[in-house]
Design a binder for this molecule. Structure first.
Ligand code: XIL
Length: 355
């Protein structure tokens, strides 16, 4: 009995020390710091990740909003025509409500994660399927979400105009206005968003993509199409292979605000794929990019939300989609692979505290 008590006692001590070390008491949470500026701090999560008690605790203490990383995409909700399964996002919504968190809807119209049966539809049937999908899904969550990413990534990567995907090719450029109008009809109170990546950096390709995005937005505003905010995904890079400086970003945000649109950062992370393996250098470079990006966006009064594409380095999509050549896990998020603070945490806290 004594031996068992000794083992149990030392286990509790180690666990207690681990938890205490992870987040020193009194550290202001990201949500608290964001709220002090009239913002929310969010995180993309999955039901599977939330089965981990430590990560669940990190999300409920550090975030004020969650967004389904994948559970709310077409391939999960309507795998078979006309048969909707809302169980996975409903679980996430239940978690959000249980812990007083808001939840975003992501995403209705995208060229990825579509069921096979949608991808093969001819134009007329595709249009009907789109109308049924948006009406059913937005209707199901009517009045329950902070906002909806109605259209995701509609601009061509080279900034030459709209992305030439099945939506544009079969339904024409008006699919965007149609999707927004259908979503508004299904939930007139919903905050409707167009979400896009590759708008953050100072390079010529980003400048072209920004202009194409503004052309689309100006047309939608002129026509009075329901639209309330834009989402800048914020997939950044800790080296030259993507946006690492943001000198031109404040002016672009002012262009967006001039269209009377709110601005959400929707998928923030900092890719360290090309950096050398040494963790102190990687963490420092990632923290520096967080600092530079937040310094560029936080002064914009129309910024209302910052959401990371994850919260802990334990769970990042980047290891699957942008694996490091050395096979080491990436370190792109505000908390490290033990859900503990890291230089990026301090950089984000400092940026949110700065007046
Ligand atoms: C990604 C998820 O993180 C992956 O788990 C999934 O397999 C593919 O989609 N931009 C988006 C997100 O808008 O929906 C994507 O999320 C990442 C890029």
């Amino acid at each position: 009995m004594r031996r068992r008590q000794l083992i149990l006692g030392s286990l509790v001590a180690v666990l207690g020390w681990g938890v205490a070390r992870a987040l020193p008491p009194g550290t202001p949470t990201l949500q608290a710091l964001a709220a002090a500026r009239g913002l929310r701090w969010g995180a993309a999560v999955t039901n599977a990740q939330l089965q981990d008690p430590g990560f669940r605790n990190l999300v409920t203490t550090q975030a004020g909003l969650i967004v389904p990383e994948s559970e709310m995409k077409w391939d999960g909700l309507e795998a078979t025509p006309g048969r909707f399964d809302f169980s996975a996002p409903d679980r996430l919504l239940g978690f959000a409500r249980e812990h007083g968190l808001a939840m975003r809807g992501h995403t209705l119209v995208w060229h990825q994660q579509l069921p096979d049966w949608v991808q093969t539809l001819p134009a007329e049937e595709l249009d009907r399927a789109l109308a049924t999908y948006i009406s059913t899904v937005v209707g199901h969550y009517r009045g329950q979400l902070q906002s909806w990413d109605v259209v995701n990534e509609p601009i061509a990567d080279d900034g030459s105009g709209l992305r030439r995907d099945l939506w544009l090719e079969r339904l024409g450029p008006d699919y965007i206005a149609r999707a927004l109008t259908l979503a508004h009809r299904a939930d007139p109170g919903a905050v409707l968003v167009i979400n896009e990546y590759g708008l953050e950096g100072d390079d010529p390709k980003t400048a072209r993509k920004r202009q194409s995005f503004l052309t689309l937005l100006r047309d939608l505003r002129r026509r009075g199409v329901p639209l309330h905010a834009v989402g800048l995904q914020g997939h950044l890079y800790a080296n030259g292979s993507g946006p690492t400086t943001f000198a031109s970003l404040p002016a672009f945000l002012r262009d967006l605000a001039a269209l009377d649109l709110d601005i959400f950062v929707t998928e923030l992370d900092v890719n360290d794929r090309e950096l050398p393996a040494a963790i102190p250098e990687r963490d420092a470079r990632v923290a520096g990019v967080y600092a530079g990006f937040l310094a560029a966006v936080l002064p914009e009064p129309r910024l209302k939300l910052i959401t990371g594409w994850g919260l802990s380095d334990r769970f990042t999509w980047l290891n699957q989609f942008f694996p490091r050549a050395d096979g080491l896990p990436q370190r792109p998020l505000p908390f490290n692979n033990r859900d503990a603070t890291k230089p990026a945490t301090a950089a984000i806290q400092a940026a949110l505290l700065r007046k």
